[in-house]
Design a protein around this ligand. Structure first.
Ligand SMILES: [Zn+2]
Length: 210
């Protein structure tokens, strides 16, 4: 079991631009020494997926009930979820820095996406074609499959080159830069961006005094 950092004093933020990136950003501070963690139990993973659009409310409810009936299994899926999160972050953080992602990380993401794909069927509705989980797909791994699929979709899409890591030294959030001229530097301008601005302002004032 890993040491779970403190509970956060704010809710989950969805500034990544993709389900997989928002999942990677459920940690505050750095991934090596997080200041807080939004994912402290299996139920938290279900809650995240519900908030981030990866799970509908009724499925989320059924998964939480199933986790209560199968706590050992839920704990194992939780551990797998944390490994998946770290692999997703590892891959996108590497890409954002122009580095080659690790084989182990890619394997973990690919395995989770393949498990989900094996339980999916191709459907057609008003919105077009898409994957849907079989009606008996209430398996505890389901939110992880959604996240893994999002990661693979992004990795195999043209938007992969738009993934960046926050420019703050104390934040490792990853996000999709959809700005016209690819100029976004911060995960969130009102948070990390403003902190950086304040630091620059402070440094300028200090320099002016000296
Ligand atoms: Zn940031």
């Amino acid at each position: 079991m890993r040491n779970i950092p403190a509970a956060p004093d704010h809710d989950i933020e969805l500034s990544g631009g993709a389900l997989a990136l928002d999942f990677a950003n459920t940690v505050g501070g750095t991934h090596v020494s997080p200041t807080h963690d939004h994912l402290r139990s299996y139920g938290d993973i279900v809650r995240f997926a519900g908030l981030a659009g990866g799970l509908d409310a009724s499925t989320a409810k059924r998964l939480v009930h199933r986790a209560e009936r199968e706590p050992a299994r839920a704990a194992a899926v939780y551990e797998l979820g944390i490994s998946l999160r770290e692999s997703i972050w590892g891959v996108f953080s590497a890409l954002a820095s122009g580095e080659v992602p690790g084989d182990e990380d890619l394997e973990l993401i690919g395995d989770a996406a393949a498990s989900g794909a094996a339980r999916s069927r191709l459907v057609y509705d008003r919105d077009g074609f898409g994957w849907s989980f079989a009606s008996d797909g209430d398996e505890l791994e389901r939110p992880l499959w959604e996240v893994a699929r999002s990661a693979v979709d992004l990795l195999t899409s043209g938007e992969r080159d738009r993934v960046k890591e926050c420019a703050s030294a104390t934040c490792e959030w990853v996000f999709l830069d959809r700005s016209k001229n690819h100029s976004r530097r911060w995960c969130d301008m009102s948070d990390c961006g403003n902190r950086a601005k304040a630091r620059r302002f402070h440094a300028k004032k200090q320099a002016a005094r000296a």
